[in-house]
Write a protein that binds this ligand. Structure first.
Ligand code: ZN
Length: 242
């Protein structure tokens, strides 16, 4: 005979009020607003809605986005830190100009020095969990059958940056992570200007790179990253203007 079930009285769950609720909520808004402006302007730059090398004014943005100048000013500082806009004396903010051939080649050279090394480190140091995260990211980047739309390439470009950043993080060297992040942003704007059917090639290369990292094969990971960077250079070098 099964013992009778004891009926437990449901306990009252006391949900503590968040600090924002306690103070009548106004505090979150300014931060949220800066983030919102930042995300919006960043998206406009990354999608070329605001083209490279174009002046952006605080007044103009504030008016267009219907916000005050303060969050716009803060958002532009954040974008400046990411290298997406530059502040010039007497002119104000401009979006970064598109890479010329020399800058493009310079970035390629540095990537070849740093990223294969990072891939080797990733194969040796990444945790299983981190590799699992990379797998999910690479899967999300698999191109759709319906061919590429502009927005899917934009998304691919962002995720590609994230993938390379996560591998760079495996070095534990923040200088490497930060310098790569900066370079990648410029490369992405460049790529967006000349996007073509490249995501599927890049996807296969990423998958090969990840397989080497997951197999803990440092030499193979280093070689795969080198191949990926060289191929990526090949895909775009034709567009770089002297
Ligand atoms: Zn890539």
């Amino acid at each position: 005979m099964t013992p009778p079930k004891t009926r437990t009285t449901p306990r009252l769950r006391v949900v503590p009020a968040s600090p924002a609720e306690l103070s009548g909520q106004p505090i979150q808004r300014p931060t949220g607003l800066v983030e919102e402006v930042y995300t919006r302007v960043r998206a406009e730059i990354m999608s070329l809605a605001i083209p490279p090398d174009t002046r952006v004014t605080i007044e103009g943005l504030a008016r267009r986005l219907g916000v005050s100048q303060t969050p716009v000013r803060e958002a532009l500082s954040m974008l400046e830190a990411k290298g997406l806009v530059t502040k010039q004396q007497f002119i104000g903010y401009c979006t970064a100009p598109i890479l010329n051939r020399t800058q493009f080649e310079d970035i390629h050279e540095i990537r070849l020095l740093i990223e294969p090394h990072a891939a080797r480190q990733a194969a040796q140091k990444m945790t299983g969990e981190q590799i699992g995260g990379l797998h999910r990211l690479v899967e999300r980047m698999r191109p759709g059958r319906d061919g590429q739309t502009r927005s899917s390439y934009d998304l691919f470009a962002e995720q590609d940056s994230e993938l390379h950043e996560r591998i760079a993080m495996a070095t534990g060297n923040m200088l490497i992570v930060e310098s790569l992040a900066r370079m990648h942003i410029h490369l992405h704007i460049f790529r967006l200007c000349f996007r073509s059917k490249i995501a599927s090639d890049a996807h296969d290369e990423h998958a090969g790179l990840l397989a080497a990292i997951a197999a803990r094969d440092g030499a193979a990971a280093e070689a795969a990253m080198r191949t990926h960077i060289v191929n990526s250079h090949q895909r775009f070098v034709q567009f770089a203007q002297p």
